[in-house]
Design a protein around this ligand. Sequence first.
Ligand SMILES: O=C(O)CCC(=O)C(=O)O
Ligand SMILES: [Fe+2]
Length: 308
Amino acid sequence: MSAINIPRLDLHDYTQGSTEQRHRFSAAIGKAFHETGFVTIANHGMDSGLIEELYQVVQAFFTLPEAVKSTYEIPGLAGQRGYTSKGKEKAKDAKVPDLKEFWQRGQDDNPVVDELPRFDQVTGEVFRRLETAGRELLKAIAVYLGLAEDYFESKVVQGNSILRAIHYFPIEDPDSLPADAVRAGAHEDINLITLLIGASADGLEVLTRDGTWYPVKAHGEDIVVNVGDMLQRLTNSKLKSTTHRVVNPPRELMKKSRFSVPFFLHPKADMSLAALESCIDAEHPKAYPDVAAGEYLDERLREIGLKM
Ligand SMILES: O=C(O)CCC(=O)C(=O)O
Ligand SMILES: [Fe+2]
């Protein structure tokens, strides 16, 4: 079996710990992001009541009739707000779309779901808590990279972050699917870091360096946090944006929905993703052309079919 290091870290060690604990946290998240791009995080600032209510409202939303959900599908926004129906998004190199539908909210201009009085408030609260946790994690990462602790703050506050509630819908007849249809095809996330609230079922896997797939399991209410392509570019691949996917369950479980809620932490459009000088040397020549985050995001949204 391939060894992969996905350590479990306690965010309180960073936000409330001694100087020593803070340094250890930075070193541990840096090492894990350098080696495999994934960690799990305890004490992330969301209590179990909030997570439970999040899943209640998310489940209630996807249970609404298609005709109601589609009133929240907003043309011209590349799925960045509101509802995106089945069959719209596919992984960059996939031939067929993922087996999912989703809802996205950002900083502002979010449509309010009239049918569900708590939906906007609960998803908004989760957005704010994950954004807060993500900013703390970026501070720890900045320290690991030898940057000022607040390096990312001005770039991500009021940035283009997205909370995505995903429904991997039930499939009554798996035989009717195209052979290569999966819940989420192999991909890398676009953004700086992703914070994922424990899914309602198994399925998430990461691609290890020796080319095998390895299941990611978070303990209890821990969240999974991984590096996205923007942070990989900024660090000239010192921090790795690891390929991952969501596999289909065994046949009999295809009839059961799976829900998950990732938070994609994005900077503002004008952040430069040009590699940090400290990450370039003779052994690590500059690997990517300079690009601004907004331009890069647009290019990637076109590749996955969300933007025309
Ligand atoms: O559903 C999951 O567990 C992961 C989803 C994911 O990787 C994504 O939406 O980028
Ligand atoms: Fe992902």
